[in-house]
Design a binder for this molecule. Structure first.
Ligand code: A3P
Length: 286
């Protein structure tokens, strides 16, 4: 993947955002024109590789009283940006979704369909930039046939030449929005790893779901890394992935960046982090 394989979309502010090439301007136009947020909708929204799949599973289980069901996770919690690619089109697919509709999205705040006065909610998961960068590097190898080196990918990431645009802009815009809007819950991957059950309870409360300890325990068990990699409906084995490189579920840990970043790369990211996050009130421990 390089800059030339990314698709440019003009956002509401007149700025361009880079999306993966399989998401087109026509897809974004259709979503903008025809996708209407409904009361009760839940969006799991993230910058890619920040814990989207994990949180989808938690939300899916909470909304369905701990029952996994038969659907694959990508059907139970479909990806908003690819709804126009559903075999019978976006409109027909949406008709098949029961309320409370669950979606996933990687869109920046400026491109998300507005929640307006609905009771829809967004659970936004952010992850530290170093683990996000390294996780995305393996992801594009596996899913987009990226053949560059880590050093090359690191430069693409620093230059914002990757899908879904600049990492820091993404998380900071959602962070600021979450400070104004009680229907946006901003969580961090690292906190979820350190206190899985506490975050399941927090998400349940945010969604207005009465979760007793039995439901919390069930959701924690079925959303563990081990369980998700072994269940057919959650392991993502149905998604084409290149052999010989890590799969969708890779390590699921904090700090794997230490095994890949050089001291110089780490310093470069630290400098950028300090510059971007200064005065934001948001910080990561990694
Ligand atoms: P790593 O590549 O660091 O292992 P996304 O779903 O947004 O694409 O994020 C993928 C990242 O979340 C991967 O990180 C993956 O291993 C991790 N992940 C997925 N399920 C998880 C779980 N149940 N617990 C912890 N981490 C999980």
């Amino acid at each position: 993947m390089s800059g030339s394989t990314l698709y440019l979309v003009r956002n509401n502010n007149g700025e361009s955002i880079k999306l993966p090439m399989f998401i087109s301007q026509a897809d974004m136009d259709l979503i903008e024109k025809e996708f209407v947020v409904q009361d009760g909708d839940v969006f799991v929204t993230t910058y890619p590789r920040s814990g989207t799949t994990w949180t989808e599973q938690i939300v899916h289980l909470l909304v369905n009283n701990g029952e996994q069901g038969e659907q694959r996770l990508t059907d139970a919690v479909p990806w908003l940006e690819t709804l126009p690619h559903r075999p019978n089109g976006m409109g027909e697919f949406l008709k098949t979704m029961p309320p409370r509709r669950l979606f996933t999205s990687h869109l920046p705040y400026s491109l998300m369909p507005p929640l307006n006065s609905s009771t829809a909610k967004v659970v936004y998961i952010a992850r530290n930039p170093k683990d996000v960068a390294i996780s995305n590097y393996f992801h594009v190898q596996s899913k987009a046939n990226y053949e560059g080196t880590w050093e090359e990918y690191f430069q693409l990431f620093l230059n914002d030449d990757v899908g879904f645009g600049p990492y820091f802009d993404h998380i900071l815009a959602w962070w600021q929005a979450s400070q104004q809007d009680k229907n946006i819950l901003f969580l961090k991957y690292e906190d979820m790893i350190r206190d899985h059950a506490g975050h399941v309870a927090k998400i349940a409360a945010f969604l207005g779901i009465q979760a007793d300890s039995h439901l919390i325990d069930t959701v924690v068990t079925l959303s563990s890394f081990k369980s998700m990699t072994s269940q057919e409906t959650t392991n993502f084995d149905w998604i084409p992935q290149r052999a010989g490189v890590p799969k969708h579920f890779r390590k699921g840990e904090i700090g794997d960046w230490r095994n890949h970043f050089s001291a110089e790369q780490s310093q470069q990211m630290d400098d950028l982090y300090m510059k971007k996050m200064k005065n934001s009130g948001l910080q990561f421990e990694f």
